[in-house]
Design a protein around this ligand. Sequence first.
Ligand code: TXA
Ligand code: MG
Length: 324
Amino acid sequence: MIDSSLFLTPSQGAEVLEKGGVLVFPTETVYGLGALATNSIAFSRVYEIKKRPSDNPLILHYANLEDIARDAELTPISRNVMETFSPGPLTIILNKKNKALLPSTLDTVAVRIPKHASALELLSLLGKPVAAPSANLSGKPSITDSITAREVLGGLVDGFLEGAEPEIGMESTVIDFTSNRPVLLRFGSVSVLKLINFLPDLQVPFQFKSIGAAVDMATPKSPGTKYRHYAPKGKVRILENGEIVRLGEKEAYLGSQNLPNSNHLSYQKQVLTNKEYLYYLYRFLNECDRRNIQSILLEKPTPGEFSETVLDRIFKIESKEIPE
Ligand code: TXA
Ligand code: MG
C-alpha cells in the first residue's frame, strides 16, 4: 500500500516540484513522470527512475502558448498549429530560446499543452515548464491507469497528482518544426489526415509514404524512436486483420474479434474501433504483465484513421532487433 499522503492536489503537487521533487501526473494521453525543467538534480532523477538512455530528451509541459513563446521560437505556422490542436495530444519541436531549459546541450525543445484539468491546474499554478517522459520504466508499456502507475512507481517518486485517468491512452503526436518543412516524428491520436490538411508539406516516416510526402527516417531525429519500446514480459505475435485463431492456455489476445476461448485461463479484449485500440493497448499490455501472460497476440488494426498509430506501436512492441 502506498502512503495516502502521497496523493496530491495540484497546489501540493506544485509545491513538491518547486522543492525539486519528482511527481507522477495524469494527462489526457498517458501518465507522465515530471520534474521542473530547470532543476538539474530532479531532471536527472527522472532518468534514473526510468532507466532512460541519457541521449533521449524529455517533453516540456506548459499551461499556455504565451509561456511557450517566451521559451522557444514559435514560427507563424507552428503557432497556428498549436492554436488549432492545443491544449491536446500534440507535441512540437522548436528551437530553444531559454537556455536554462534542460538538457543544456540541446538547441531544440519539445513542448506541449496537455488537455487535462488537474495537469493544467498544476502547470498554471507553477508558471514553469515541467519536463516529463511517459511514466513507464524504459522499454516497458506506457502507463494509462492509476493502479499500474502506483504499482510501478510507488516508492520511487515524491508524489502522485490526483485526477482523471488518461482518456486517450496513447502518447501525443510529435511534429518537428526546426527544419525547412515540418516532419512527423511520432504518430499519436491527432488524425494524420487532419494534420496533412492543415500542413500540406508535412513529411511522414518512409513506411507510411502512401499518406504523405515520405522522409527517410533511418537516422531518427527523435532519439526515442530508435529504442525498443512498450514491451510486455510475454512474447508478442502480430496477427493479420481479421485472422481468427484459437487461444491456448495462458495466451492473450487484443483485436477486433471475439475469439472462441479454448481455455478459461486465456485473456482477451475486443476493440471495435481504432480509437478503442489506442485506449486499450497499454491497459491490455500492463494487465498481461500483471497476469504473467507468456504469449500475446495483437491483431493488426482495421485500415483507416489511427491505423498508422496502432501499427507503429505494435511493430515497436514486437521488434526484437533494436536494443533498448
Ligand atoms: O503524450 C505524451 O507525449 C507523454 C505525456 C506524459 O506528455 N509523454 C511522452 O514522453 O510520451 P516520452 O518521453 O515517452 O516521448 C517523448 C518523445 C521521445 O521520442 C523523444 O525522443 C522525443 O519526444 N523528443 C523529446 N525532445 C525532443 C527534441 N528536442 N527533439 C526531437 N525529439 C524529441
Ligand atoms: Mg515513452
